[in-house]
Design a protein around this ligand. Structure first.
Ligand code: PMP
Length: 316
């Protein structure tokens, strides 16, 4: 018996996306929020969509060949998604990330046959991006460049947004809410929903750290929600998002909401709690009757076992 490997690969990659959209109501006196369960993608995050879309497009255009090496800078879900997708495509993958990233991430990438190179922690993701550009000078290298590549948002415009329109009752959405890493999710979903005829409000969910003393209350961006950044990426900066609302969510509230979602049986990471809490705050602000607010649960809880969210549980 012969095995048709390319057919298997094709079918498996096809399972990336078409995730459920479910209404979730955590509190009796609050509306249900429509949540796209992106943690159900094969590598456990919404980044499978961009990895598949970017690689397939590059393959069709001849920019990616069986002898290529794909190199991406990411300390999180994107590297894991590319490691899985490259394993399926049968091409070499190198993830470049700042030192100090949790072991889980490094192990998952290596398990898929990917390689990991570290850049100094002090240089952050910027140092990793610069290293990918240096490595690209030699050989047959393909750089997905998730922070600047318009195909990132396009994957969400053509796939995530269209799925939402098919799935939501009446095919209309009032608002779309997301934290921003690369901005691909929020920008792409917003564009796709507008193209489908929705009058949709885009809302940026921003985690803030509140330092309160009797004299002063001070807000600053909080990095306790991994994957969501304060220096907004090129895709987000260059996008046209009229009437964009920014919803600040105290980081404690985002983490608490994540735990509530877990207790309801949703295996989500912290940015899902952020997105859900921001969606509730937005519902209050918009004051619509039965608003159709859509958000995403970007990734799975297992990636955060070594973070404060779970470390507290060990001692409780
Ligand atoms: N949540 C998590 C866990 C992420 O890793 C990311 C992306 N880095 C986001 C949210 C934000 O998604 P996007 O990059 O599409 O803005």
């Amino acid at each position: 018996m012969t095995t048709n490997l390319s057919c298997f690969q094709h079918r498996y990659l096809n399972h990336i996306a078409r995730t459920p959209l479910v209404p979730i109501q955590l509190y009796d006196d609050q509306p249900a929020i429509w949540c796209k369960l992106e943690f159900l993608n094969p590598s456990g995050s919404t980044k499978d969509r961009i990895a598949r879309y970017i690689l397939e497009k590059a393959w069709r255009q001849g920019k990616l060949t069986p002898s290529s090496t794909v190199i991406e800078a990411s300390s999180g879900s994107t590297s894991i998604a590319f490691a899985l997708a490259c394993a399926q495509f049968g091409v070499r993958f190198i993830a470049v990330m700042p030192e100090g990233v949790s072991n889980e991430r490094v192990l998952i990438i290596r398990a898929y046959g990917g390689e990991v190179r570290f850049t100094p922690k002090s240089e952050g993701v910027r140092g990793s991006i610069a290293e990918t550009e240096r490595l690209a000078k030699d050989g047959n290298i393909f750089l997905p460049r998730q922070f600047a590549n318009p195909d990132n948002a396009e994957a969400h415009r053509l796939n995530t947004a269209r799925e939402v329109i098919d799935q939501i009752p009446g095919g209309t959405v009032d608002a779309v809410v997301s934290g921003v890493g690369t901005g691909g999710t929020l920008v792409g979903m917003y564009q796709g929903l507008v193209e489908s005829g929705c009058e949709v409000v885009p809302a940026l969910a921003r985690p803030v750290n509140i330092l309160s003393t009797p004299e002063v209350e001070c807000y600053s961006f909080s990095s306790r929600i991994p994957g969501v950044v304060d220096s907004l990426s090129q895709i987000f900066r260059e996008a046209d998002l009229p009437n964009l609302l920014t919803i600040d969510v105290p980081d404690e509230e985002a983490l608490h909401t994540t735990q509530l979602l877990m207790k309801k049986g949703f295996p989500v990471g912290p940015s899902s709690g952020l997105n859900y809490a921001a969606s509730l705050a937005l519902a209050k602000k918009l004051q619509l009757q039965n608003p159709q607010i859509v958000t995403v649960f970007p990734d799975r809880m297992e990636r955060y076992f070594t973070t404060e969210l779970f470390q507290k549980m060990l001692s409780s």
